[in-house]
Design a binder for this molecule. Structure first.
Ligand SMILES: Nc1ncnc2c1ncn2[C@@H]1O[C@H](COP(=O)(O)OP(=O)(O)OP(=O)(O)O)[C@@H](O)[C@H]1O
Ligand SMILES: [Mg+2]
Length: 496
């Protein structure tokens, strides 16, 4: 049995701020919908209302023709409506199996039915293609694996309407394909699916119909086959978008490097890594997930056990024991793990922004007015959408959290900046802004390292790209040879 939904005049306010302004549209049973909109448009909020995580301020949700109001996610799940969160919602200290059944433990009489839960866990892990022991603590998983656990959790709930909020943001191409196969199977079984993504090629491939929201309102809906990706992008931002990438500046030549790394080893992940970046240069790092890109930089920054022969910054040998050492030397790092290592989501926006530059603000005393001005500047410069400046980072939309994280690492005005997945979860308009920003950083004479799983992004943006495989740099591809095919062949080892 498939579920149909009708939103009628849904309003949502957080305190004084109205984020949904009377949204109305319908989801027919058994279809696959792409829900599109810029960062902060209200997609996640609307879906949280449908799935019982938030209560609407006004309006009615009709499920199969009946007005329903779900007081909790458990309520909604009992009705077959399950949301897979954009920001993971896992208990880090519990195991995979405990997370999958948290709040839904199976019982036999008075006892927990461990055998049944184990069997279900094994089944759903196989469905999502995660090869892990159900007793593994979630804390030990990498980001992509956590995403698969989120999806497995939803499957264990037997959803009839499944909402996926940016499920592929941290998946490998292989995992993404497995997810699409799973969606196709669920679709064939009659499950209604809402798919939220900024990856328009995926929306194009997987959905029957797209629904566009802008500024907390429903804008339009189209059969997916009737719109091009470019039209989708234009509908989202409400204007004609010009080229996504800035024209490339010529690669800087013959300057002494700003950052030079020799003999970096991160046990289990990366061995004998050496590279250098010149002022004005954008150096990319490509590789399949698991190739060791993120771990390499986490090692360099002192976030993982490592050894290194030599690090030079602007001609001087430096030592980095902690990310704070690195900031003090002029090197900052944007983590791919926004919620874990990037932002302190429980803190306010300005604490997050100025955290790295605390030295400056805390000495000789805290300067709240200066902090405030810095925040206002960052909100303007990075286009961070928020109803108020006095909210916790947790209440920003996913893409806007990413912009805040970016503002944070650039706030200390670093000479060298390492950006791991800088455009994860941001909308096409904001993506373009970030690409132009990266170019500006390079033009100002900084050295920029971009780690990305989006090959197009590396090709469109970088002067050179280092390709990693199995913990080593396999090749460094220069501007003349920079194509997606070239990067893939080095990353997969099909090219010698
Ligand atoms: N708990 C909250 N408190 C205050 N404001 C909130 C809260 N949750 C969301 N908002 C605001 O509601 C607006 C819509 O956010 P929402 O997360 O629904 O956007 P989105 O369309 O999912 O964006 P993205 O593509 O970035 O994920 C944003 O301006 C956000 O800051
Ligand atoms: Mg969202």
């Amino acid at each position: 049995m498939s579920i149909g939904v009708r939103f009628e005049d849904i309003v949502k306010e957080f305190g004084p701020v109205r984020v949904l302004h009377g949204v109305g549209f319908e989801l027919a049973p058994g279809r696959v919908y792409g829900l599109l909109g810029e960062n902060g448009a209200g997609k996640s909020t609307l879906m949280k209302i449908l799935s019982g995580y938030e209560q609407p301020t006004g309006g009615t949700v009709h499920v199969d023709g009946q007005p329903r109001s779900f007081r909790s996610s458990r309520d909604a799940e009992a009705a077959g409506i399950v949301l897979i969160h954009q920001e993971f919602n896992l208990a880090e200290d519990l195991t995979i199996q405990q997370n999958i059944f948290l709040g839904h433990e199976k019982k036999r009489g008075w006892w927990l039915d461990e055998a049944a839960m184990r069997a279900d866990t094994v089944r759903v892990l196989a469905q999502v293609g995660l090869d892990r022991d159900p007793d593994t603590p979630v804390r030990q998983l990498i980001v992509a694996e956590k995403q698969l656990v989120e999806i497995a959790k939803a499957l264990a709930r037997n959803a009839r309407l499944l909402i996926m909020d940016e499920p592929t943001a941290s998946l490998t191409p292989g995992e993404t394909e497995a997810l699409f196969a799973l969606m196709a199977r669920l679709h064939a079984e009659g499950v209604t699916i809402v798919y939220i993504s900024h990856k328009l090629d995926e929306v194009e491939r997987t959905t029957d119909e797209v629904i566009v929201m802008r500024d907390g309102r429903f804008v339009t809906r189209r059969a997916t086959r009737d719109v091009t990706r470019r039209q989708m992008a234009n509908l989202m931002v409400g204007r004609e978008l010009s080229d996504l990438y800035p024209p490339k500046d010529p690669a800087p030549a013959g300057k002494p490097p700003l950052l030079r790394v020799r003999g970096l080893n991160v046990p289990g992940w990366a061995s004998d890594i050496g590279f250098e970046v010149q002022p004005g240069e954008i150096l990319g790092f490509a590789g399949l997930v698991g190739a060791g890109r993120t771990e390499l930089f986490e090692g360099l920054l002192g976030l993982r056990p490592h050894s290194v022969e030599r690090i030079e910054l602007d001609g001087r040998e430096i030592r980095i024991r902690t990310p704070r050492d690195a900031v003090n030397q002029g090197l900052t790092y944007l983590s791919e793990d926004r919620k874990g290592k990037g932002l302190h989501v429980g803190f306010g926006l300005s604490e997050n922004l100025t955290m790295m530059a605390l030295e400056h603000y805390a000495k000789p005393w805290l300067r709240p007015r200066e902090e405030r001005r810095a925040l206002e500047g960052a909100v303007r410069e990075f286009g961070i959408r928020t109803g108020s400046l006095d909210v916790r980072a947790a209440s920003l939309s996913g893409g806007n959290q990413q912009k805040l994280a970016l503002a944070k690492v650039l706030h200390p005005r670093p000479k060298v900046v390492v950006l791991d997945e800088p455009t994860r979860g941001v909308d096409v308009g904001a993506k373009r802004d970030i690409y132009f920003l990266i170019q500006r950083l390079a033009r100002e004479g900084r050295a920029v390292v971009v780690v990305s799983s989006e090959l197009m992004e590396l090709v469109g943006l970088c002067h050179r790209v280092a390709v990693m495989r199995a913990g080593r740099i396999q090749a460094v591809v220069d501007a003349q040879h920079l194509t997606e095919e070239e990067l893939i062949s080095h990353a997969t080892g099909t090219k010698q």
